[in-house]
Design a protein around this ligand. Structure first.
Ligand code: 13P
Length: 251
């Protein structure tokens, strides 16, 4: 059966003391919730302490980026085997902030995705359009290009061990959420596109929505048939918000 997932993307937020408070509140709040998986993707320096805090809970953890290279003279980079040392389950790949602010192109994104999978990590592959794309009516074309770049390098079968996150750039951190129907339309487009190549992989694929998901809009988004959970930025830093979002997905 298709897995449901809520993953927090802390971005460049947190400190040791705040993380501890946040995670103890979240692990208490999620205790006993069934029917979905929960995770936090944290800044690299906190992986070790987050691992310690979460290892006896049902909450998984991961990183927000990884190098496409296995090892070598790549100053400032972090490899998949390093993430593996801290027992990461997930790694976010190709977040729009990485693509736009740090110049990651589709090919680098595809390489990172492959490298992560090869190491046994589950990539959360982000795709999404800008407001200009949407207004020009080319949302589907943009999503298709972003997915094709990955399929060309990794193959369609790679989606049996990956998660896709649809994150419209105009909805990230803006308080403007895609309407449930707008999100559903793109999720269905993604799933149908994959189904044309492999129907079973498409059926089982977890597709998250990300972009201003909050406690007060999560349930209506998660009620859509092709939305299998969320990738949560700002609201993942507020324990009660994150817990409420997770509750909206679980049964
Ligand atoms: P917000 O939830 O803050 O809009 O961020 C979404 C996001 O970028 C998650 O990766």
């Amino acid at each position: 059966m298709r897995e449901k997932l809520v993953a927090g993307n802390w971005k460049m937020h947190g400190n040791l003391a705040e993380n501890k408070q946040l995670l103890s509140a979240i692990s208490a709040g999620l205790n006993g919730l069934n029917g979905a998986k929960f995770a936090v993707c944290v800044p690299y320096p906190y992986l070790s302490s987050v691992q310690n805090m979460l290892q006896d809970t049902d909450i998984s953890w991961g990183a927000q980026n990884v190098s496409q290279y296995e090892k070598g003279a790549y100053t400032g980079e972090v490899s998949v085997s390093m993430l593996d040392d801290f027992e990461c389950t997930y790694v976010i790949i190709g977040h729009s902030e990485r693509r736009t602010l740090f110049g990651e192109d589709s090919y680098a994104v595809a390489e990172k995705y492959v490298t992560a999978q090869r190491a046994g990590l589950t990539p959360i592959l982000c795709v999404g359009e800008t407001l200009e794309h949407r207004e020009a009516g080319i949302t589907e074309q943009i999503i298709q290009e972003q997915l094709t770049a990955v399929v060309n390098v990794a193959g369609i079968e790679s989606f049996s061990k990956a998660v896709i996150a649809y994150e419209p750039i105009w909805a990230i951190g803006t308080g403007k959420t895609a309407s449930p129907q707008q999100a559903q339309d793109v999720h269905a487009f993604i799933r149908n596109g994959i189904a044309t190549q492999d129907i079973n992989i498409a059926k089982e694929l977890t597709i998250l929505y990300g972009g201003s998901v909050k406690a007060n809009n999560a349930a209506e988004l998660f009620a859509m048939p092709d939305i299998d959970g969320g990738l949560i930025g700002g609201a993942s830093l507020v324990a009660n918000e994150f817990i409420a979002i997770c509750r909206a997905l679980s049964n």
